[in-house]
Design a protein around this ligand. Structure first.
Ligand code: ADP
Ligand code: MG
Length: 561
């Protein structure tokens, strides 16, 4: 009998394994750049010649001595881990010892490298060309600066079918750009230069935080449209270091997207796909943006490597994370904190102004990190805005140390009421009942669904015996209940009730009334937008006013002050 099961030739096994790691130009860039970052590089130059299927990455990292260089591309060879236990202590991006080896299977590979002059072997650089199994086939001295230059050419030259399966060059280059930008966001201190066909394609300058880097990538967004927050998260198992959460959000009244393409989650230096955490982010922005708009939110968790299993897929884009619920909670709290209006938010907006500098100096000694487990005292935030007047019986003029805001009274109040309703949806009895005429069965069951007590009251008549507490005192109760009967879930009903009950525009308010509204509004969780996503306030910052009135010019030149 002839057996149909055969062991695959080693060559085929290698080709299959290599294809798991390297499947596109972008994956070559990702693997080489990650090696540069693991080598401690602060400058990385990426050059791509897509038609030649060639990629070169040059870095100023720690380099390799000749011995390591000769070994770098052999199968399963890494300097980053040694034993099984190390898999739970991974602090580098690479650890599988597979990228360079896979590249020798799928392309031509040569590396030039030289350690720093102070290190053994740093007096000279070497060039090594590797063979199909990752062995060094050609070695020669090379005059280069400390660091490493890796060149991959003729990618997929020995399996042309691979090339045909890939998208167009333009799409592949887009993927390369996205890959580099994602990595840059996780490592903002790196200077990037990216070339395509011997021409400079784009650069990314180093920044001290992820938030400061984003405007270079998302050109329509300015730094002032973003709010950045760094939170220390206490480690549950005591001995380990605290974890950190770096968060950047687009302020919902200033920046959002029409696709969910800027929900980014990074863990310990790498963007990962985690639908659980993305859902948490979307949840935290609920009812702050118009329908069909998505938040900008970049999150970087720096946590003890013992909580993460990176060994989920070869590209490491998915992970297993211990105790996801805990992280979800921390993320919601941090986003909630970032969405509030508080001294930190205002400080951000005025940091260039004179007032901003004063605030900064006063706060210099205090800790900038905001700990969400100790939310700011309500008093501390509630006196931040002072009502000074009303314009058009619609806008409250509010002064704060960094400038002034115009707050639209109706939607600010709507935001206050909406959050009160979400926290405390109370249905109270009414006597006498409210009589409604000609309801469809769908309307009746809708009212029952949101908790109202309703029963037939004769021919085409219904009696409503309970209603949301906020509507109790109103003389347009019947209209309000009809509105609620038109459908939607409980939240839609809450939005409708808030909208109907909020102070209308066009109504004069006294200063104390305005102040109370400002105080209540500042304490809301999402003060920037109303539950339909409209912006609530317009800010005129002191710095912008000073610029407009050319204050620096007058003071400096005319009076010599
Ligand atoms: P891994 O990154 O998983 O260790 P690689 O195949 O990507 O595996 O790289 C193998 C080894 O080669 C690395 O562990 C590292 O020691 C060395 N190496 C690769 N690229 C560089 C570089 N740019 N600078 C310094 N060393 C490098
Ligand atoms: Mg690697």
């Amino acid at each position: 009998m002839v057996s149909t099961i055969q062991t695959l030739p080693t060559e085929v096994v290698h080709l299959i394994a290599a294809g798991e790691v390297i499947d596109s130009l972008a994956s070559v860039v990702r693997e080489l750049v990650e090696n540069s970052i693991d080598a401690g590089a602060t400058r990385i130059v990426v050059s791509i010649w897509p038609e030649q299927w060639r990629v070169r990455v040059t870095d100023n990292g720690c380099g390799m001595n000749l011995e390591d260089l000769q070994r770098a591309a052999s199968a399963h060879s890494t300097s980053k881990i040694r034993i099984c236990a190390d898999l739970w202590k991974i602090t580098s991006l690479g650890f599988r010892g597979e990228a360079l080896h896979s590249l020798t299977t799928l392309a031509d590979l040569e590396i030039l490298s030289r350690p720093a002059p102070s290190v053994e072997g740093g007096d000279c650089g070497w060039r090594v060309v590797y063979g199909y199994a990752g062995e060094a086939v050609h070695v020669e001295a090379a005059a280069i600066a400390p660091g490493t230059v890796v060149t991959v050419s003729n990618l997929f030259g020995n399996c042309l079918g691979r090339r045909q399966g890939l998208p167009s060059t333009a799409q592949q280059m887009k993927a390369v750009q996205t890959t580099i930008q994602q990595i840059a966001l996780c490592h903002p201190y790196i200077a990037w230069q990216v070339w395509q066909n011997d021409r400079e394609w784009f650069t990314i300058s180093p920044a001290s935080t992820m938030g400061q880097l984003i405007p270079q990538i998302l050109h329509q967004v300015r730094a002032s449209d973003l709010q950045e927050l760094q939170v220390e998260i206490p480690e549950k198992e005591s001995q380990a270091n605290d974890s950190k959460l770096n968060l950047v959000i687009g302020l919902p009244d200033r920046a959002s997207r029409h696709r969910p393409d800027w929900l980014r989650v990074a863990v310990n230096g790498r963007m990962v796909k985690t639908s659980e955490l993305e859902q948490t982010i979307l949840g935290a922005f609920h009812r702050t943006l118009p329908r069909d708009r998505y938040p900008i939110c970049c999150l970087h968790l720096l946590i003890h490597p013992g909580h993460i299993n990176w060994n989920r897929n070869p590209a490491k884009t998915e992970i297993y994370l211990n105790d996801v619920n805990y992280w979800q909670q921390q993320i919601s709290q941090a986003i909630e904190q970032a969405l509030r209006i508080n001294s930190a938010t205002v400080k951000e907006a005025v940091h260039t102004s004179r007032v901003g500098k004063l605030i900064k100096a006063a706060e210099e000694k205090s800790n900038y990190n905001i700990n969400p487990s100790q939310p700011a005292e309500p008093n501390q935030t509630s006196h931040y805005l002072t009502a000074v007047g009303q314009v058009n019986n619609t806008y409250i003029v509010a002064e704060h140390p960094g400038g002034l805001w115009l707050v639209e009274q109706h939607i600010a109040h709507e935001r206050v009421l909406y959050e009160q309703l979400c926290d405390n949806w109370q249905i109270v009895p009414v006597e006498p009942p409210i009589i409604l005429y000609q309801l469809s069965p769908a309307q009746v069951s809708q009212l029952q669904r949101i908790g109202l007590d309703i029963e037939p009251f004769g021919e085409q008549l219904w009696a409503v015996r309970s209603l949301p507490a906020l509507l109790q005192q109103r003389d347009d109760c019947a209209d309000a209940i009809l509105e609620l009967s038109w459908g939607g879930d409980l939240q839609t009903a809450q939005v409708a009730v808030a909208c109907r009950s909020a102070i209308r525009n066009g109504i004069p308010l006294s200063l104390p009334e305005m102040q109370t509204l400002l105080n209540d509004w500042q304490r809301t969780r999402n003060p920037r937008t109303c539950p339909h996503g409209r912006p609530i306030y317009l800010s005129l910052e002191e710095s912008a006013l000073a610029r407009f009135f050319r204050r620096h010019w007058v003071i400096g030149k005319s009076h010599g002050i």
